[in-house]
Design a protein. Structure first.
Length: 165
């Protein structure tokens, strides 16, 4: 690939690139469900900016370009909700999604005391489901997204997460 992809905490300056990348990445997801009102496509730039400021947000960079992103936050019950994982279509299949997920999980445990991780993905999103299961997530139920898409809920205990000093 020539240049290596680095994973780092997102900064305010990244919000616009994250916003554009998310819009690009989730088109295929929208097509899969015939629903172009899914949350990542209707989220405003301001809302992305707020998430970058308050949540645990990581980006994958290739040089100056943001080519991947993920975000997470810890809810009242100590669960960390992880979402909007996306990797640029031309760079998918290189393990960048797994690296982003790992960075978010580590930060959510070490900085925010997460007890377990939870994520939602559409019931037809095979690629996502494969990735999540490979890294230790298990299906715990289903839910209906606000946009009407049936979602699969997956969880993984944070204890499974041993950080090496």
């Amino acid at each position: 690939m020539g240049m290596s992809v680095t994973i780092s905490v997102a900064t305010e300056q990244d919000a616009e690139q994250i916003f554009r990348l998310q819009y690009l990445c989730f088109q295929s997801e929208a097509a899969l469900y015939g629903n172009y009102r899914i949350d990542p496509l209707v989220q405003s730039l301001d809302s992305v900016r707020q998430e970058v400021a308050s949540d645990c947000v990581f980006v994958a960079r290739l040089g100056e370009e943001v080519v991947g992103s993920v975000r997470g936050h810890v809810t009242e019950d100590g669960s960390a909700s992880i979402g909007k994982l996306c990797v640029h279509p031309r760079l998918q299949g290189h393990g960048i999604g797994a690296r982003l997920l790992r960075a978010a999980e580590t930060a959510l445990v070490e900085e925010r005391g997460a007890k377990r991780f939870r994520l939602h993905t559409g019931h037809r999103s095979e690629g996502n489901l494969r990735l999540y299961r490979r890294v230790g997530y298990e299906t715990v139920g289903t839910s209906q997204g606000a946009d009407g898409v049936p979602m699969i809920v997956l969880e993984k205990p944070a204890e499974a997460y041993v950080t090496t000093a």
